[in-house]
Design a protein around this ligand. Structure first.
Ligand SMILES: [Zn+2]
Length: 253
């Protein structure tokens, strides 16, 4: 399968390959799927990626020409996505639902990230080397998310005499949270960008999975019992959740 990346042709030949196509500013992922009956093409809104799924017996060249034939559609889909907002000096980002200005100071006096809460300008102050500031900010947000989620999980689990085995916070794009069969909970760090009642709901949802490993009526009854305002949080995630995926460090390769 040959894809043109600028003037360079890229050969995709193994099972799953991921490559950045500079022409369209997106990642291309090729997946072979035993269950796939035909070639499919979709654009992931959260990851700004073009995903081609092909049946096992499908020829890669066929997939390549399929993609090339549909390039206009792919471009249109990518153009319709909201812009990525990279973490950089003076950019605006939400933290716990409140807009903050990012300030990369470059100061080496202190390395601690802090919040400046002046009434006219709420800012996240990131000192240290400016080149590394976006990465440090991401790491800090991950730690903040873990701290809030740990408190929230405990708040919901304790009255039920439950305890999560582990709480992991990751850069996951497909789900806001998940619960493993062994009782480990994992969450997306981007929940720290959302208002606290939204983060709380996702924590309550996963705690409820420690009791009910399904989305049946008993599960939702338990969610409602421990987190009565869950409907508004669910709606918030449906409407505004995708927006949280716009924020992050600049997208590299
Ligand atoms: Zn669930």
């Amino acid at each position: 399968m040959m894809i043109m990346n600028g003037r360079r042709a890229i050969d995709l030949s193994s099972k799953t390959r991921s490559v950045r196509i500079e022409d369209i500013g997106a990642q291309l992922e090729v997946r072979r799927h035993p269950g796939a009956r035909r070639l499919t093409l979709r654009v992931s809104r959260t990851r700004r990626a073009v995903i081609v799924t092909l049946p096992v017996q499908c020829d890669l060249d066929e997939a390549g020409s399929f993609l090339n034939r549909h390039m206009d559609w792919v471009r249109a889909r990518l153009d319709s996505l909201p812009n990525h907002i990279p973490f950089e000096d003076s950019a605006s980002m939400p933290l716990r639902g409140v807009p903050h200005t990012i300030s990369f100071t470059g100061s080496t006096r202190s390395r601690l990230i802090s919040i400046d809460k002046r009434p006219q300008r709420t800012a996240i102050i990131v000192p240290g080397d400016k080149d590394l500031a976006a990465k440090r900010l991401t790491r800090w947000l991950l730690e903040e998310a873990k701290r809030d989620l740990t408190v929230s999980v405990e708040k919901f689990a304790r009255p039920l005499s439950l305890q999560a085995k582990r709480i992991a916070v990751r850069d996951q794009t497909s789900r806001w949270g998940s619960c493993s069969t062994t009782g480990g909970l994992s969450f997306s760090w981007r929940l720290i960008l959302a208002p606290s009642f939204v983060l709380d709901y996702v924590a309550a949802h996963e705690v409820a999975h420690l009791v009910e490993m399904n989305h049946g009526p008993r599960f939702w009854a338990l969610v409602k019992k421990i987190c009565p305002e869950f409907e508004s949080a669910k709606e918030w995630l449906q409407v505004l959740g995708p927006d949280l995926h716009r924020y992050g460090p600049a997208r590299g390769n």
